[in-house]
Design a binder for this molecule. Sequence first.
Ligand code: SF4
Length: 435
Amino acid sequence: MIFDRENSTLGIMDDIQFAIHTYDGCAKGCPGCIVDTHFKTKQRFQNILSLEQMQTIHKRVTEYYDWAKINLNQKKFGYFGEKGFKVNHYSYTFRFGNHSELPLEELIQISQTLDSPFKVFSTAPTDDVSKFYELTKPENNPSNSRFFLEIIYDPVADDAQYIRKMILEMRKYNILGYPEVLITKRLLEKYSDPKKFVDECVAPIGDIETQMQFGRYSPSKTRNFNTKQVVPLDTEVEWLAGVAHHIIKQKLNIHPIPIGEYAVTFLDEYNEHHFQREDGTIDIQKLNQSDYIEEFNMASVKEKTRDIFMTSMYIDHNLDLFIWSESMGQHVLDTNFGFPKLGNIIDKPIHEILTEKNGVLEKMLQHNMTHLMKHKKCSSCNYKSFCSSHAIPFFRKFHDDNGKHCYGYLPVIREFQKDRVFLENMIDGFKRLEF
Ligand code: SF4
């Protein structure tokens, strides 16, 4: 290991993350948005979930957390376990719409009913984020939770300076905000030049040390599986590599997630630092011939992937349970994207759904593994274990990566790897984030 990741959560899971479908209202209409049009029009300014539904969710989540602390943390092998990582807390992420539109009383009710040490709300860039300042006040926050805002940032329509100001203001109230950019055709039409994108849309926020999330657009049922905004993967990879190059070149104080994190994972856990040249590039040939390439152990990779899936989930408005993928865009793998529910939590505890023999989770895991073993690009690739835990096979359902590049986004990772100081700064940033 070359990086000191003690107390940093970069590339380390210690949180059980639950995304919850609380709100879909939004005044904007960004292309590629995944909010459900039904809820967007019919349940504007109201929480999608009733108080009773939220209480059921919280009961199930807390009982699952108690189960996981024993059953995941004491496993003999896998990602979590006696010798592995430990689950230390759980968090809620409230998605997908602009939660700043909700009345304060509803936000307080969500926050207090679905209580956890860390709470993340999605929001559009708006002055109404000031409602969240109220949430942090002791009388509204008896459990002393920390708050984070995912700011849905559409660089075609939103002003980067405004977002900068908003993030700085939020910090006065101990709320961290990070912008999320969805890569769409519309975005790349305006910013086909990565330098222009970095200059105009990233650099204005690039001196205040914030995370910035990049996500891949995927067609969804609520948008009739419209593919108009899908960016071909090769275009996306090359564009993102250009973005990475300019972020590094300008020494921006920004943490691009998840793609920047992967650079650290590959250098440390895949031993690539042993083969890094002075200019930061990796001698792939030497790496591939070395003893550092671990043999692919199907049983072990499957177990680790299971652990990752079991600590990153989504509960929708029917209280159906789904996997929430950790890969580009952090997609919830729900019916909107054409995936089956794992089960419903009204009558069944979460751990029973997840550990069901021949259940949906088991089938998805099996598909994930078989796919990687057989795929023409992946079968001989050294990064299968990485792509397994990031649920890469499921992305191929939306758009095949049958061109020059693949969902491993390797050229982007290679750019970030060139600057260790940049990566160290990112690791420190994750220490401050705490989860
Ligand atoms: S998606 Fe790419 S990096 Fe991942 S296993 Fe397949 S070929 Fe390798």
